[in-house]
Ligand binder design. Structure first.
Ligand code: KG4
Ligand code: ZN
Length: 363
């Protein structure tokens, strides 16, 4: 089954064709992220305008790349009619202006090509990036599920229980800031402007454990019985330690940034790994699947592998998507539509900025 998937929830415009939820036939992505840099955050109005500009050329390019020869003599709509089985689209959560562009493009395409349409929750879809190339379902299905899935992105930190590849049950999430948000806010405090988690990871790789002055940030809710997360206190703790460090130490700014980046990364990853592992143990999971932008973090990946290996649960398998599929893309939307999605009449599909993620699907 070939699904044409559209993602436009934030500042990325992405379109992909995915076969049977696991194979990428064609994929195109354009981002307005660069344009927002000078404003210190994404401007919704600008993001929506860029979505409008990008959406049709990107749909066209994705179809042309998939059917190179035929596209010379056949129209785009005809190619969709002949080769595509369904259209999937992110309906939320996200920015209303951005979402509307993808949703309306998907509805119009479905209407004129007589295809079914599958609405997708962006946060749930992140998990399915794991199903592309890295997990071969036909070979490993019975070894993977039940699984615990952790979604860690700029706006979300959520834990789900997956009885099988087609079901999701929300367990818990952050009670304040998301993990990616914590990386982004503390990165700004360290002077890394808008480069967020990537800048922290880069700086932390230069860390050498030679400095006698140790900083220690709190690990919120680490020993709490729930699976909830809390990252909003991290910013205040970083400000406090930064002042103390600056007054007591003579290091260069770069050295100071490295020391703080290392401890911030350790703090966030310690909490994510411990909570997710506890959930996996409590729910007798066979594996842990991580996804979302923060899942690109190598320290997080390594820590999961080390802690699982050292634990009494070393049988647990660990999966993370290819790094480029951790951040927003349409491939995950196409995969989620295949495994999780339900076709709906196009009249009922609407962009829903506050679409809840705390839901159960197919249970
Ligand atoms: O999934 P994503 O692209 O967008 C959302 O759906 O929110 O995630 C973006 C988030 C940002 O907060 C960014 O700082 C974080 O993912 N991120 C990282 C890394 N790469 C991206 N955080 C830590 N380490 C990374 N390598
Ligand atoms: Zn996302």
């Amino acid at each position: 089954m070939k699904i044409l998937a559209i993602e436009s929830s934030f500042d990325e415009t992405a379109v992909a064709i995915v076969e049977d939820g696991t194979q990428v036939i064609s994929s195109t992505l354009s981002s307005s992220a660069q344009l927002h840099r000078k404003f210190g955050g994404v401007l919704p109005e600008l993001a929506a305008r860029k979505q409008v500009e990008f959406i049709l050329p990107i749909v066209k390019e994705t179809i042309e790349k998939a059917f190179v020869e035929e596209s010379k003599s056949t129209s785009i709509l005809q190619l969709i009619e002949e080769h595509i089985d369904a259209i999937a689209v992110t309906v939320g959560p996200g920015l209303i202006g951005s979402l509307l562009v993808g949703v309306e493009a998907a509805k119009t395409t479905a209407l004129v090509t007589h295809k079914p349409i599958i609405p997708i929750n962006h946060v749930h879809a992140h998990i399915y990036a794991n199903f592309i190339d890295t997990i071969s379902f036909t070979d490993h299905l019975s070894e993977i599920f039940p699984a615990i899935a952790l979604v860690v992105s700029g706006g979300h930190t959520e834990l789900f229980y997956m009885e099988n590849e087609k079901s999701l049950k929300w367990l818990a999430g952050t009670i304040d800031d998301a993990a990616g948000e914590a990386f982004d806010k503390t990165a700004r405090l360290l002077g890394f402007e808008n480069r967020g988690g990537i800048a922290i990871e880069e700086a932390a790789t230069n860390y050498r454990d030679t400095n006698s002055f140790k900083i220690r940030l709190p690990r919120p809710l680490l020993h709490n019985d729930t699976f909830n997360f809390s990252f909003s206190g991290l910013k205040t703790a970083v400000i406090r330690e930064w002042k103390k460090y600056s007054s007591e130490q003579q290091n260069t700014l770069k050295e100071q940034q490295i020391i703080f980046a290392h401890e911030i990364q350790e703090t966030i990853t310690d909490v994510l790994v411990a909570k997710t592992l506890n959930a996996a143990i409590q729910f007798n999971a066979q594996s842990i699947l991580i996804s979302g932008g923060v899942a690109a973090n190598q320290c997080l990946r390594d820590k999961f592998l080390t802690i699982i290996e050292k634990s009494d649960h070393s049988f647990l398998k660990f999966y993370a998507p290819k790094k480029e599929l951790c951040t927003d893309n349409a491939i995950s939307i196409g995969s989620a539509a295949y495994f999780l999605g339900k076709q709906e009449d196009w009249h009922t599909i609407t962009a829903t900025p506050n679409l809840p993620v705390e839901t159960s699907t197919n249970l």
